[in-house]
Design a protein around this ligand. Structure first.
Ligand SMILES: N[C@@H](CCC(=O)N[C@@H](CS)C(=O)NCC(=O)O)C(=O)O
Length: 234
């Protein structure tokens, strides 16, 4: 049986099945990228809830795996060379799981780089900009009298949605006919922007018909429906 005891994170979140991939997460837009990917690929995994209510992400055990105190993170007992691999950053995890399984990323070099390009577009654009918009629209930032910070993120989010909408015209998914990790990275954030962040009207979401069409197909996938609820909140 695999021994994961040298990883301090397993002291706070013991592995019942140390031979399975260990997921440390919460069902946020970044967290569900990985649970959806795991559901889509069919890899065996064991989810562990990292609760923000109890600041679990700041615990020494969590920081031993991710010094950046953010979910999601994984510990794969069967990493490269058969050795355990610990990883954080959802984009890196998606790419790792796609390479490990040979799924959800094109196998030709050009298609692979194009997928990574759109993955980076999400990681460097959609995620950070939508996240700031959420802060200024729904959370502490909504009480600021000066609306210029909010409006800056509204404008940038609209611009990014416009880029994606144009790209999706006549395409089923970001990479055309192939559903990939670029979709898994992006659509949980779009769902969150118009759902939990309540920013649909602010960004004029009804203009982005192609984004809305693909989002609808995405959220109907059985693996997405399942992944959106993993790990179960306590
Ligand atoms: N770039 C990181 C961002 C992860 C991230 O922002 N996670 C948030 C939840 S969606 C988090 O863990 N926040 C906890 C904190 O900042 O203390 C990734 O994609 O993995």
């Amino acid at each position: 049986m695999t021994d994961l005891s040298r990883f301090p994170i397993t002291q706070k979140w013991p592995a019942q099945h140390p031979d399975r991939l260990q997921l440390y997460s919460l069902p946020t837009p970044n967290g569900v990228k990985v649970s959806i990917m795991l559901e889509e690929t069919g890899l065996a995994y064991e989810p562990h809830l990292v609760s923000f209510e109890t600041h679990d992400q700041m615990s020494p055990e969590f920081l031993s795996l991710n010094p950046n105190n953010k979910i999601p993170a994984i510990l794969d007992p069967d990493g490269p060379g058969g050795k355990p691999l610990a990883l954080f950053e959802s984009g890196a995890i998606l790419l790792y799981l796609a390479d490990k399984t040979g799924k959800l990323i094109p196998q030709d070099a050009a298609g692979r780089y194009e997928t990574i390009q759109w993955l980076m577009f999400q990681m460097g654009g959609i995620g950070p900009m939508f996240g700031q918009l959420g802060f200024f629209n729904k959370f502490a930032g909504k009480d600021y009298e000066d609306k210029r910070p909010r409006d800056r993120y509204v404008a940038e989010s609209k611009r990014l949605l416009g880029v994606l909408d144009k790209h999706l015209a006549n395409r089923a998914w970001i990479m055309g006919d192939d559903y990939t990790i670029a979709d898994i990275a992006s659509f949980p954030w779009i769902r969150n922007l118009i759902g939990f962040y309540e920013a649909g009207d602010l960004v004029g979401f009804s203009e982005f018909k192609n984004v809305a069409r693909v989002l609808e197909t995405f959220v109907a996938r059985p693996a997405v429906v399942k992944g959106l609820g993993i790990p179960k909140r306590g």
